[in-house]
Design a protein around this ligand. Structure first.
Ligand SMILES: Nc1ncnc2c1ncn2[C@@H]1O[C@H](COP(=O)(O)OP(=O)(O)OP(=O)(O)O)[C@@H](O)[C@H]1O
Ligand SMILES: O=P(O)(O)OC[C@H]1O[C@H](OP(=O)(O)OP(=O)(O)O)[C@H](O)[C@@H]1O
Ligand SMILES: O=C(O)c1cccnc1
Length: 481
């Protein structure tokens, strides 16, 4: 996607115009980006899209066509449009590196920049990271479910045909890979992002031949080392499987091995166990079984619980759209928390929605085994230590004191400094590796699909106190009614 500064909500530009005309645009602003609820009712999220978002915002420029379009809206004075011609992002960004495991209420990314720079980028930033974090988290859930099989299992992304438009499909393929999918069927995503591209064949291939056996033979002849045969066009057990075994034998006689078969209907647990047994009996224990058909993490879990023998799960709609309960969209927000060094707050009747003012740091505690134990948000100059009181970000009445014996580190990095990348752009495989390593270090039960263990995130008393002071000040300024 070409980066356009017009990929934003109109109100960002009307505010920019206002800040500029009032001479407020260069004030130093700090915005935090965070979400308030983990997706899918889960215990965590996989932070994704950061690298794409940084590429986007660092390349934003108002070219002649963009300025002419804005002029045509007849909303903006000519001198403001002239100033926009020189707009560049010159600020600083601290963020969790992409692929990190993150939790509700944590500032995933903090922008410090002149107000009109930090404001304009809100929409695109949220658009990119909300979607990709949703999809990477969905992928991680599917991969976790697949890994519960004693025989192992992997996930591939098959969702382009039902994704939310072309950009949605490409972003989903990328994010699914960050979350642990091993490949995608989308060839452009392969080219664009260097992702492994994978696939089988469709029912149309079989339908277009005189018989299923003829179709299987033709495919195996064309791709002797890459053939996965779809078994259910006629009847999985009575036709597809015996024909696949015939073709596997013919391939072997020519010095090749059938790679796999695909199941696409019926009870995938029962069918895959039958197919595995038949293939093994026929002397093909290495032929892999792929399954597809409206899969989700819950269906994968059920298939495994019932003794299914699937090696690869091709997940389409649910993965590429982030569907399912608690999915659909991630509600990440971007809030002004400080202006010219003074904390700012957005009040709401719902305490979980009141922002945490001021600059802050995120800390992650690990135990002697390297397992993540809890995260803490502190003021910029605070360091967590044994005995420090922290409270639940969504219920300040629930508080506790930090235990001793933990190692604390700040997982965020300064990824942009004065408008330039200050960490090297990371490769996608390295992002996937980071996600897998961090997921493996979570406390037991955090990855469970149903009622997961809730990883603790605490807010230091200093930060909480700032929120209360600002809240009281604002409330005191309201008329008494
Ligand atoms: N063992 C299982 N446990 C739980 N869900 C399963 C299991 N096997 C299959 N499913 C799911 O059940 C649903 C079956 O849907 P449906 O009845 O529409 O498919 P089908 O009739 O077998 O196939 P199609 O209509 O595509 O030919 C799919 O979402 C599938 O993923
Ligand atoms: O996870 P999903 O959204 O099911 O995506 C994958 C599905 O896409 C293809 O079929 P398609 O759904 O186009 O047709 P079919 O259901 O008739 O096989 C494929 O055969 C899978 O079943
Ligand atoms: O290659 C496949 O088997 C495939 C690709 C997209 C959607 N469903 C299946």
């Amino acid at each position: 996607m070409d980066a356009s500064p017009l990929f934003t909500d109109l109100y960002q530009l009307t505010m920019l115009g206002g800040y500029w005309q009032r001479g407020l645009h260069t004030q130093e602003a700090v915005f935090d980006l965070y979400f308030r609820r983990n997706p899918f009712g889960g215990g965590y999220a996989v932070w994704a899209g950061l690298e794409v978002a940084l590429d986007h915002l660092l390349s934003l420029r108002f070219d002649d066509a963009a300025l002419a379009y804005l002029k045509g809206l007849q909303l903006f004075p000519a001198d403001f449009l002239e100033a926009l011609a020189g707009w560049r992002f010159s600020g600083t960004i601290e963020a969790f590196p992409e692929g990190s495991v993150v939790f509700a209420h944590e500032p995933l990314l903090t922008v410090t920049a002149p107000l009109w720079e930090a404001q304009l980028i809100e929409t695109a930033l949220l658009n990119i990271v909300n979607f990709q974090t949703l999809i990477a988290s969905k992928a991680a859930r599917c991969v976790w479910a697949a890994q519960q099989s004693p025989h192992g299992g992997q996930v591939i992304e098959f969702g382009t045909r039902r994704a939310q438009g072309p950009n949605g499909a490409l972003s989903a393929a990328r994010a699914a890979f960050v979350g642990g999918a091993v490949g995608t069927s989308n060839v452009e995503a392969g080219q664009r992002y260097g992702l492994p591209v994978v696939g089988t064949h469709a029912h149309a291939w079989v339908e277009s031949f005189g018989s299923e056996l003829e179709a299987f033979r033709a495919y195996a002849e064309l791709y002797p080392d890459q053939t996965t045969l779809l078994l259910d066009t006629v009847d999985t057990l009575k036709s597809g499987l015996p024909n696949a075994i015939t073709v596997a034998g013919e391939l072997r006689a020519r010095g090749h091995e059938l790679r796999g078969v695909r199941l696409d209907s019926g009870d995938l647990a029962w069918l895959s166990a039958q197919v595995r047994a038949e293939l093994d009996r026929a002397g093909f224990p290495d032929v892999k079984i792929t399954a597809s058909n409206d899969l989700s993490e819950e269906v994968i879990e059920s298939i495994i619980r019932e003794g299914g023998r699937i090696d690869t799960y091709g997940v389409g709609t649910q993965l590429a759209t982030g569907g399912g309960a608690g999915g659909g969209a991630l509600g990440g927000v971007y809030k002004l928390v400080e202006l010219n060094g003074i904390g700012r707050i957005k009040l709401t009747g719902d305490p979980t929605k009141t922002s945490l003012p001021g600059t802050k740091r995120v800390w992650r505690a690990t135990d002697a085994q390297g397992h993540a134990v809890l995260d803490v948000l502190t003021a910029q100059d605070e360091v967590p230590s044994s005995g420090l009181r922290v409270s639940d970000p969504s219920n300040p009445l629930r508080s506790s004191r930090l235990p001793g014996g933990l190692d604390w580190h700040d997982p965020r990095q300064r990824v942009v400094e004065r408008g330039e990348r200050s960490t090297p752009a990371a490769s996608l495989p390295s992002l996937q590796e980071r996600a897998q390593a961090e997921l493996a270090r979570l406390p037991a039960g955090t990855r469970r699909l149903l009622n997961p263990h809730l990883y603790r995130v605490g807010v230091s008393d200093t930060l909480q106190g700032r929120r209360e002071t600002l809240t009281e000040q604002l409330r005191a300024s309201l008329p008494v009614r």
